[in-house]
Design a protein around this ligand. Structure first.
Ligand code: ADP
Ligand code: ADP
Length: 229
């Protein structure tokens, strides 16, 4: 499960200004597609339509053949996990933050998810450090660590579809590599939509779509697109 189809999708926020002008692609269940392109091309809009934050103004978005307009928003959102660009955490323990979305998970399941995302060392911590009578103790989580909390949460939720929104863009190279390893784990055998700026960050995607001004300019594998340049 988790097949995604965009059928001639058109969308505008403002009728005077089309954002997507007939976008057509399919991601087979368990495979990955990366949408790359300049800022403003409409990449995030594609993930918002998949999430049903907005409805298309033409064409259709289908998950497993079903038009997302015909299913409840809750069940659409249940099927999709998101690792956003900037993860906002609740001011509660990391464990609480990982469990959010699956409060029934066992301690063992939480530990495993934390281990995969390499944050098992600090699941007792608070995102801002510990609060004690003498003030805050411990380090604040870095951007990369917060992102790994979001990854652990997604591993635990185990949705069939995963959206990675430029998840590694704001990080230094070392953190990026660590996170990439965790992302590779979580996206394995899961339908994955990666939103990215640069072709160089999506080498392993099964299919890459280059979006420019709301239209698909090119598509192919990483090596096909490099040859075309
Ligand atoms: P990308 O992710 O490729 O940078 P977006 O999908 O975020 O592009 O945005 C595409 C275009 O839609 C941009 O020109 C942006 O200004 C516009 N846009 C995005 N969100 C809104 C909104 N809520 N209302 C109006 N215009 C928007
Ligand atoms: P496969 O099914 O062939 O193993 P995946 O479904 O794992 O492929 O595809 C996801 C791929 O996209 C990852 O292997 C990774 O290299 C790349 N990727 C994942 N997340 C990001 C991200 N946030 N930014 C850039 N590239 C990413």
């Amino acid at each position: 499960d988790g097949n995604i189809r965009f059928e001639n999708v058109k969308f505008h926020y403002d009728p005077e200004r089309p954002i997507l002008k007939g976008v057509d692609f399919e991601v087979p269940a368990g495979k990955s597609v990366a949408i790359v392109g300049p800022s403003g091309a409409g990449k995030s809009t594609i993930s918002r339509l998949l999430f049903r934050f907005y409805d298309v103004t033409g064409g259709a978005v289908r998950i497993d053949g079903q038009d997302v307009r015909d299913v409840t928003q809750d069940s659409v959102r249940h099927a999709i996990g998101m690792v956003p660009q900037d993860t906002v955490l609740f001011n509660d323990t990391i464990e609480y933050n990982i469990r959010y979305g699956r409060p029934d998970a066992s301690a063992e399941e939480v530990r495993e998810a934390a281990q995969m995302a390499q944050i098992h060392d600090f699941i007792e911590r608070l995102p801002q450090g510990y609060k004690t009578e003498v003030g805050e103790r411990g380090l604040k989580l870095s951007g990369g660590e917060k992102q790994r909390v979001a990854i652990a949460r997604t591993i635990l939720k185990a949705p069939p579809i995963l959206i990675l929104d430029e998840a590694t863009s704001a990080l230094d190279t070392h953190t990026e590599q660590e996170i990439q390893a965790a992302l590779d784990q979580v996206s394995k055998n899961r339908t994955t939509l990666v939103i990215a700026h640069r072709l160089s960050t999506v080498v392993n995607a099964n299919q890459i779509i280059v979006l420019e001004a709301g239209e698909i300019a090119e598509r192919g594998t990483h090596s096909e697109l490099l040859e075309a340049d």
